[in-house]
Design a protein. Structure first.
Length: 310
């Protein structure tokens, strides 16, 4: 193997994959042959403990079972190899161990954090969330959720969209927001919500992401690295956004703000047991009217970076 190469050893159970690996650092002693790692070469039939020790300085092995000392802390377990094998002082070993434990913790957070974004209609929460995802270069889930639910239920996307968000109110493309789970039977709505929960969990497992609406703050409540955000704005400001960005009349925009928020509250209260934007269940609440779309996105991005140590 050359530096930087990755080699996978494949074979059926019992064929000797693990034994081969153990032979490379003499946890199992080969019957014959040479083992060379870096500048160290050890003869299987003629070697000393010093030869094996030098060989092991150039290699690391991750065991299938961690074999940690149960009576020691994580820090002490990491320090053990440094002090016993590499003969480092406890102070030096502690510095090294603490550094790599912090690296692992940061990587774990970066790989798995989830930001949920709830919003009032017209507060521009959706475009704000999308901008944040772009700035952080992480996944953004919104309509993707509906599409995946449709696939898993083997149902037309139009049906899921109707039952999941409702679209029978004569208000064009925004009408579907009036009923987050549509006007179908309770059994169907509950089934959609159940599948939706699985979809969100699977999306969260893929890596860092932002999820918009759909009770994601509630469904992700047990996620280790979670930030729950709610974006709101005064009614008059939201009506202006409806006119400016959605092309609605002022009268229609005001009605949509009231009706959609009412529907979202009923949906959220039914499935989560609390109102959307309830301060008890939120980590951060932002008035987008104070900062605008770009300013709110930038502020939220900075909070996420600070919160997760990015």
């Amino acid at each position: 193997m050359n530096t930087g190469e990755v080699v996978c050893i494949l074979g059926p159970s019992g064929s000797g994959k693990t034994t081969l690996l153990r032979c490379t650092n003499f946890l199992e002693v080969p019957t014959k042959g040479l083992v060379t790692i870096g500048d160290s070469t050890v003869d299987a039939t003629h070697h000393t403990k010093k030869d094996v020790h030098e060989l092991r300085q150039n290699s690391t092995m991750v065991f299938q079972n961690y074999n940690l000392f149960k009576n020691k802390t994580a820090l002490e377990n990491v320090m053990a190899g440094l002090t016993i094998v590499q003969k480092k002082s406890k102070a030096e070993a502690k510095d090294i161990a603490e550094h790599y434990l912090q690296v692992v913790e940061r990587r774990t957070i970066m790989e798995n954090f989830v930001v949920t974004v709830g919003r009032q209609f017209g507060s521009m929460g959706r475009p704000i969330a999308k901008k944040v995802a772009e700035m952080l270069d992480i996944s953004y889930y919104d309509r993707d959720i509906v599409e995946e639910v449709s696939k898993r239920m083997n149902a037309p996307l139009s049906l899921i969209s109707d039952k999941e968000e409702g679209a029978k109110f004569g208000l064009g493309k925004y009408a579907k927001m009036l009923r987050p789970l549509g006007s179908g039977t309770t059994d169907l709505q509950d089934k959609i919500f159940s599948v939706q929960e699985c979809v969100l969990q699977d999306f969260a497992d893929k890596g860092p992401c932002i999820m918009v609406g759909r009770c994601s703050d509630y469904l992700m409540r047990d996620h280790k690295n979670l930030l729950r955000v709610y974006i709101y704005s005064p009614l008059d400001a939201r009506v202006r956004n409806c006119v400016q960005y959605f092309g609605m009349t002022e009268e229609k925009g005001r009605k949509m703000c009231v009706d959609v928020d009412k529907a979202r509250k009923a949906y959220h209260r039914h499935y989560a047991g609390y109102d959307p934007g309830s301060t008890e269940y939120m980590d951060l609440m932002l008035n987008s009217n104070n900062f605008g779309i770009d300013g709110t996105a930038e502020l939220l991005t900075n909070v996420i970076r600070k919160n997760f140590g990015l």
